[in-house]
Design a protein around this ligand. Sequence first.
Ligand code: ADP
Ligand code: ADP
Length: 222
Amino acid sequence: APLLSFKGVGKVFSNGVTALDNVDLSVHEGDFVSLLGPSGCGKSTALRLIARLSTPTSGHLEWRKAQGDDSVGFVFQEPTLLPWASVFDNVWLPLRLRGVSRLKATPAVMEMLARVHLENFADAVPRELSGGMKMRVSIARAMVTKPRVLLMDEPFAALDEITRFKLNNDLLELWQQERFTAVFVTHSVFESVFLSNRIVVMAAKPGRVYRNMTVDAPYPRD
Ligand code: ADP
Ligand code: ADP
């Protein structure tokens, strides 16, 4: 069974805008799904529904019965780091909010920093980092609680093309190692083909799914 299904989901905002119209969509465990489509087609709205930051106005989202934790991690286009806190403390934050002490969190934080190649920058503060490094911190912070689903809303849109390509590689590597379920919003056809095993193309006015494709990656994934 899918991990998560949109069943005839609609979202009409209080101003009358229909962001999503009768969307059916399934996400299986371990999928890397890209949501592609023009601005305003409802991609961010779909992510917010998955994150339970918002609720549908019609239809519903169906989650497979959780085996343990069904938490989600969220990565935004802006890294949104605490500017005065170290890289370590930024990544510790979600664990800290769950009551995990600095000492107890250290192995998990350092493991995630190593996964994003920032193990030597634990004591740096965000202003000392490049845009790509800040985004790596943001990914480490989203992953440190080992969420079942990682949601990303145009995470690399503000980065230069070379940094972006490196981060694409690192994200793919991370996904291959950890096999979390990813839902990734992008405007980049290249990124969607490079990263995902499923590409969902949406159309605007109102937001609908108009293509839902399985991708056979042209390179080995295992
Ligand atoms: P995308 O992420 O694909 O650019 P969004 O999901 O952000 O699209 O938005 C879909 C549509 O819904 C747009 O027309 C947008 O202006 C509108 N919208 C998004 N959030 C709200 C909101 N909170 N209130 C009113 N309209 C909204
Ligand atoms: P929900 O009903 O899903 O909680 P809301 O209508 O409360 O959504 O809006 C969520 C947030 O999005 C609000 O803070 C609102 O100010 C903001 N918002 C309003 N209009 C738009 C828009 N057109 N595009 C994006 N965000 C918007």
